[in-house]
Structures are given as C-alpha cells and as structure tokens.
Design a protein around this ligand. Structure first.
Ligand code: DNO
Length: 347
C-alpha cells in the first residue's frame, strides 16, 4: 500500500514540507480546488501541483476530487457536455501521471456533520453527526454551513436545485450514474486511470435526497455497471462504518479480492446510536471500527493501492480546516503504517 495525505494546495495551512516530514509518507492527494464544477482543469495547474509535490519527494498520483456536475446526477440534457469535460479532465490528469480519481455521486451536499468542533473530555475537538440537529437546520433558509459543501450556491439556486431532485429517487439516480460511468470508462481504460467512487457520507438519505453508494448491496450493484479495474471504489471506512449495519472488514475482503478498491480512506468512528456518531482518533480503542482487522483485510487481499488517514481531531491547539489539520492525521498515518508493518511481518 502507498501512504498518502490530502493537501488542499497553496492555501492549505498544512504545508508540503509538513507532509514530507511525516514518517512513511509516499505522496499527496490533491486537486485543482479553484476550478468550478463542470469546467476543464488547466494543464499548467495540474503540472504545478505535480512539480511542487516532487520537490518534496512526494508523488501526486491520486486526485480527490474531480466533482461531478449536478446536471449529470439529475440526468439533464446538458450532461453530455459535462461528461465531455470530465473525459478531458481524465486525459489531462493521466498525462500528468495520475492513477486514481476519487469522486462522489451525492446529490447537492457532500459530507454532512452537525458540529465541526465538538469538544471531547480531553479538550480535543471532533466532527460529530446528530441527525436530529441536522434536520432542524433548513437548507432552504440558508442556515446550513457544512464542511464538504459547495458554498457557492445562492439561496435561490439551492432551493431550485433541491426542487429538481424531487423527481429523482434511488432508481433514477442509479440510471444516471450508469449513464455517467458508461460515458467515461473507455477513456479511463485507455489511459489506465482508476475511478474510485467515495461512499455517501453519512450512508443514508438526508433531506429526502437520494443516496445510493451506501451499503454492500448497492456497492455491488454499482460495480456491476462496468466490470473493470477502472470502475472501483474509494473504501472510506468512516463513512461506511457510521452505519452499524455495514461490515467494513467484509467489504474490504470482498471488493479488495476482486481488485475493486483503488483508494482507502482509513479513519475510525464511534457509533453512538441510530444516525448518530462521533469521529475519533484513528486507533481501534476509540471507535467502533477494528482498525487492525481493517489493515489485516487489506493485507490478506493483496491491496496495493493508495491509503490516506482521514479526518483527524483538532489537538495541541491546532486550528484549521475541519477534519484536515496536521497533527491528528499524521498520528493516524503512522498508526496505520505500524499496523501495516506488523501484519506484513506476521504474514
Ligand atoms: C471528506 C471527503 C469527501 C470526499 C468526496 C469525494 O472529507 O472524504 O469530501 O473528498 O466525497 O468526492
């Protein structure tokens, strides 16, 4: 496995120098974050990220994300143009040496949390999710400010977008994702790029929006759309694991064996109740997931893709982008690397 770290570019308070000093780090995961969804990325910008990371001895082989335009998810007429743009972006990224593209197919909102700085008893802060609090916020009134959300929507834009989804149920969304995948796979195969879809986070419907990338059955159905290494998963342990019914270890064994996992987001999460969870430090002791079993499953299936520690808590007085500070993620990376060394040595 190759250990990576997400880097948000020049404005990220976590520098490439910081990242390169983390033990066991092979590369970064990044993107042209300033390009609006549905627009082509510039070769110069992609190459700049590559040059900057190489200057710190870090590879740049994973992009997170190339976002999918809502018209594609909605199955609107303009989707063909946006798919063409997506194809062009895949080609440009492949030419710069990118091997894996992480993306998601969540309508409107990316990941959702009710509190971005919940104070733990030791004074660290975590991201947490309480569904009752989320449902008390009204996205149409603009009282929602969420970590993974494209905040460039105007209030009116958001209201009409949410209305458009009234006609989209799970089946329709599956139809639209099928159209998208079939529209890009030839380019991915030709350029040896692996698409790695990120699970919905949390993996259930929120605000009545359909969410389909959420459990083993649906992941299997998604993978059947096009059976190839180019059509794979970002196995995010924390997203899938926030639904106690998902068995993340089994999923890694099942999908990893068939070479369907290109990228793993490894983090722990403590399920508190139905649709309630806290993000925790990475070690098994703190959450509901057994990180040793997760890493063992990766090893047993011969996983040779990319891994990154995922959201960390804020510790030691650090401030910054929710979930994406330096310290706790760095501890997570080294912990995961330690587990990996142990399972490799034990065989
Ligand atoms: C959250 C991230 C997600 C992820 C996208 C992939 O921390 O894991 O925002 O990047 O869903 O498109």
């Amino acid at each position: 496995m190759k250990m990576t770290f997400r880097w948000y570019g020049k404005d990220d308070p976590v520098s490439l120098k910081n990242i390169s000093q983390i033990p066991l780090m092979d590369g970064i995961v990044s993107a042209c974050y300033d390009v609006p969804v549905g627009k082509e990325w510039k070769e110069e910008s992609i190459n700049e990220i590559k040059a900057q990371s190489s200057a710190h001895n870090l590879s740049f082989e994973v992009v997170e994300s190339v976002p999918v335009h809502e018209d594609i998810k909605l199955g609107k007429k303009a989707r063909d143009e946006y798919i063409q743009v997506y194809r062009n972006n895949i080609k440009k990224l492949a030419s710069a040496g990118v091997k894996v593209i992480c993306y998601n197919f969540m309508p409107v909102f990316d990941w959702l949390r009710s509190n971005l700085s919940y104070e733990n008893s030791d004074g660290s802060t975590s991201l947490i999710y309480r569904e009752d609090e989320i449902l008390n916020m009204d996205p149409k009134k603009g009282d929602l400010s969420l970590p993974g959300w494209d905040s460039s929507y105007t209030k009116d834009g958001l209201i009409s977008l949410l209305d458009e989804y009234k006609n989209i149920d799970d089946e329709k969304l599956f139809e639209n994702i099928t159209y998208f995948i079939r529209g890009i796979m030839d380019v991915c195969e030709q350029y040896s790029v692996r698409m790695a879809i990120h699970p919905d986070d949390p993996p259930w419907s929120v605000f009545n929006l359909p969410r389909i990338i959420r459990d083993e059955k649906n992941l299997e159905r998604f993978l059947r759309i096009h059976d190839s290494e180019a059509n794979g998963l970002t196995l995010c342990t924390g997203s899938l694991g926030s639904d106690g019914k998902n068995n993340v270890v089994d999923m890694i064994r099942k999908f990893g064996k068939n070479k369907k996992i290109g990228f793993i987001h490894a983090r722990n999460v403590k399920v508190i109740g139905e649709h309630q969870f806290n993000e925790t430090a990475h070690p098994s002791k703190y959450g509901s997931l057994d990180m040793y079993e997760i890493v063992k499953a990766m090893y047993d299936v011969g996983f040779d893709g990319y891994v990154r520690p995922d959201h960390g808590r804020m510790i030691w007085g650090e401030t910054g982008r929710p979930g994406y500070g330096l310290y706790d993620r760095a501890l997570g990376a080294v912990y995961l690397g330690g587990l990996w060394e142990a399972v490799c040595k034990n065989g």
